[in-house]
Design a protein around this ligand. Sequence first.
Ligand SMILES: C[S@@+](CC[C@H](N)C(=O)[O-])C[C@H]1O[C@@H](n2cnc3c(N)ncnc32)[C@H](O)[C@@H]1O
Length: 399
Amino acid sequence: MDAVRASTATAGPDPAAPPAPSAPDPAAPSPPARPPGGSERLTAFVRDYCRLLPAIEHVEPHQALTTLADFLVRDFPAAVRHALDAGLAEPEIVAALAPLRAVVSRSDLVRRAQEQPRGLPGDFEMIEYILARKVTGRPGTFGRLFDEYLQHSVVAQQHHNKIAHQAALIEAALTEGRSAVGGYWHGPPRRILLIASGGAADLRRVDPGLPAPGDRFVLNDMDPEALAHAMATLPARTAAHVTTVQGNALRKAAELASEGPYDLVLAGGLFDYLEERPARALVRTVMQRLCRPGGTFYFSNIATGNPFAVAMKYGASWPLIEREEADVEEVVGDAASHLVADLDIRRDPTGLTLLTRIRRAPDPTPAAPGSVAGSGSAPDPARVPGPAPAPGPETAERG
Ligand SMILES: C[S@@+](CC[C@H](N)C(=O)[O-])C[C@H]1O[C@@H](n2cnc3c(N)ncnc32)[C@H](O)[C@@H]1O
């Protein structure tokens, strides 16, 4: 175990420890409350782990796992937080981490994240890579061991959970209020929008027998390759119902609205990259222009407390914007409180992802002559207002 223990984590002399206190001068102004030695501690952390990480090739598996966990969730965050508290600027921290970033780039997953070959973190290929639990490199090498560790971490698992949740929401939207009698679906056609769909791994999991004639899936992504990948990998019966709209979702509202309104709008993963203003703008646009009255808007957001957050940001150039329940409530409330009938925020089983579901308030029922405005019967949840319903009988053959 000693062979893989970081000196930054042991009880020995702490290179960052403050010097022995001298008698305080009561006239002196109080010094800023900053721990000294931020860069020394960071340098020691980098030096130690440049040695310790490759050494996991030669130790027992449980020792390797301990080293990787200590590195990612204890010592990396501690060293960076110490450096930030000591006043180091982010570029200085990244520069000091360069040798360590080179070591961890032996993991293909990390190298891909660092290099951002599609020009942004968390591109569709990364998501597919994670969902396939892909590991590369020669068995037993550090790069492969690191890949394996990451692919079985909670932060990878939350992607799997999120995609399964999104697939279940799509299936529910396709079947809710409908009945399949003798192989025929009864009920009006459905419209479902996937914003920042990536390769549509969620839709790919949906039973291709569920979409009925007239149902439409609209896939939006700013990366044309993501949409091409989605079309190439969706089951043919599902792909037959798909329209794609390429471009930044925040600038494509008119085009997306022309295909709507939607029974369900999904934005899986996107809020992890949206600051407050664009996040509010997107919620407002979806609630006002895209989601039908009575329809559902779902989005996910990485939650605060991701134990890998610091290592992801500084080691793999993959920063995420974390939120907690109260933050999501604030974003939604500021953007569209008057349109919200229900707001449900829950966490995936890892606790690392917030899964938010908003039901848009139904339109007020038009007052019948002689009645009190708004006192009519509950609206039909399956009703699709807006464009004329697809031609043909309401009884649709199962696709
Ligand atoms: C944000 S994730 C989401 C992937 C998938 N929806 C999921 O739940 O895992 C990655 C995708 O979002 C796309 N993307 C990021 N920002 C976007 C934006 N403003 N508008 C449209 N697509 C965006 C990227 O091109 C990438 O394919």
